[in-house]
Write a protein that binds this ligand. Structure first.
Ligand SMILES: Nc1ncnc2c1ncn2[C@@H]1O[C@H](COP(=O)(O)OP(=O)(O)O)[C@@H](O)[C@H]1O
Ligand SMILES: [Mg+2]
Length: 233
């Protein structure tokens, strides 16, 4: 579904990605794991067309998307829950959900406000509240709901549970598990190995802008040495 090959990216003269390689197949939940500053968000920016790659290929469903404008990439079916949530502060929860809603891929059973409210009852209760007045957890749920309302073929979440209380985190992971059961393809960027080996099928560990390890959840769980060396667990 998504295939990233030999991707290089830089900010000015400072190169951050050095031949990134990974792929996500339809129906899979895949992670990019790694410590802070390793290039995970930069990879997401390149995939979403927010940063022009220096070299390499990015293909989505067989079509090259590198160097296309972000809105085209979103229209092709990539939905992003960005690092730091970035909900629209001066729009209500409902307006946040409706702002980018669409069903371009012609999903037979598309996401609706009702379905998002069912997934996140907390958002249903705050539907008329401004984005900026929501708690961190509510904003995260709203950001996920907003991405779902675009009916993405691939949902990308960059540090979706970052900075949230343990109970709220658990709720986010539960939501992702239910999306996976429903067949949603997901690319998860995170540091929380323990929660993710439960949810994800496969993992890529990113170190200084390259993939240094890849394997299944069972392989990652069994490899204490890799977890310690690259993830500090
Ligand atoms: N806008 C930017 N300008 C310059 N350097 C940046 C910018 N964003 C990130 N970086 C640098 O790029 C590297 C990778 O960052 P990032 O992709 O955000 O890592 P991660 O998401 O894995 O924590 C870091 O060294 C970071 O300081
Ligand atoms: Mg990041």
């Amino acid at each position: 579904m998504l295939k990233v090959e030999a991707l290089d990216a830089a900010y000015g003269t400072s190169q951050v990605l050095f031949g990134m390689n990974f792929e996500v197949a339809a129906g899979e939940v895949v992670t990019l794991l790694g410590r802070n500053g390793m290039g995970k968000t930069t990879t997401v920016r390149a995939v979403m067309g927010l940063l022009a790659p220096r070299a390499g290929r990015i293909a989505f469903e067989g079509r090259p998307i590198a160097n296309q404008p972000s809105f085209r990439i979103a229209q092709a079916g990539l939905g992003l829950v960005p690092e730091g949530r970035q909900v629209f502060p001066n729009l209500t929860a409902i307006e946040n959900l409706m702002a980018t809603a669409s069903n371009r891929s012609g999903h037979p059973d598309p996401w609706t406000l009702e379905k998002v409210f069912e997934l996140f009852p907390a958002i249903a209760e705050r539907r008329a509240s401004m984005g900026e007045t929501l708690s961190g957890g509510e904003q995260q749920m709203l950001a996920i709901g907003r991405a779902l309302m675009t009916n993405p073929r691939l949902l990308i979440l960059d540090e979706a549970a970052e900075g949230l209380a343990p109970l709220v985190r658990a709720e986010i992971w539960r939501c992702l598990e239910s999306l996976k059961r429903a067949g949603q393809s997901i690319l998860l960027i995170d540091k929380n190995v323990h929660a993710l080996t439960r949810i994800a099928d496969r993992h890529y560990i990113v170190e200084k802008g390259s993939v240094v390890w890849t394997g299944t959840s069972a392989e990652l769980k069994a490899d204490a040495e890799v977890q310690h060396r690259y993830l500090g667990v």
